[in-house]
Write a new protein. Sequence first.
Length: 218
Amino acid sequence: MALKLYFAPGACSFVPHALLENSGQPFEAVLVKLHKGEQKQPAFTAVNPRAQVPVLVDGEQAITQILAIVQHLDAKFPDQQFLPRQQLARTRVLETLAWMNNTVHPTFTHVFMPYKFAESPQAQAELKAFNAKVYAGLLAEIEAMAQKAAAAGQPFLGGDHFGPLDAYALTLLRWGGYAKIDPTGYTALWAHVQKIAGLPGLQRAMARERLELNVYQP
């Protein structure tokens, strides 16, 4: 049975979406319109009661959460080497992926959806402004990773093969535009995401999600 991925355009579900497209293996892509609340409808909560994307369905099993989905896809398509085979290198990639997911991503959520964390307009504005500054600093950390990879002649953030760090870095830098952060200011990272955006699998995923790489508007 083919894999099925529930995704929302521009969301973190782009990470497994990009991996699946890069694998070249067949899968069904199911669009979930978050802005219309489709993630809260019974048809979707039957798949994931937590009402979140991404969800990867493999046979009768529904798998949620980025780290779990990435490891499942890595095991399913070992020839792609989405995660390094050397144990310490693999550990470091998972360490960075977890940080992107549990620190960088939630910081952006405070910018993009401050109403989830505060009730008054004033508090929401303060949360948005404060976390936008924090987010810029976190992107600077990913910029340093891109600089280090480039200096070492390493084609991808996780090593010699395209993987989840590259797809998440693209997503996080792209989100910076919504936080009024110019992505081109992160020179090495901007060059890296432009390069991976040219991969055929990434082009297919971005076309399906109708994504612009740079959404920054001064």
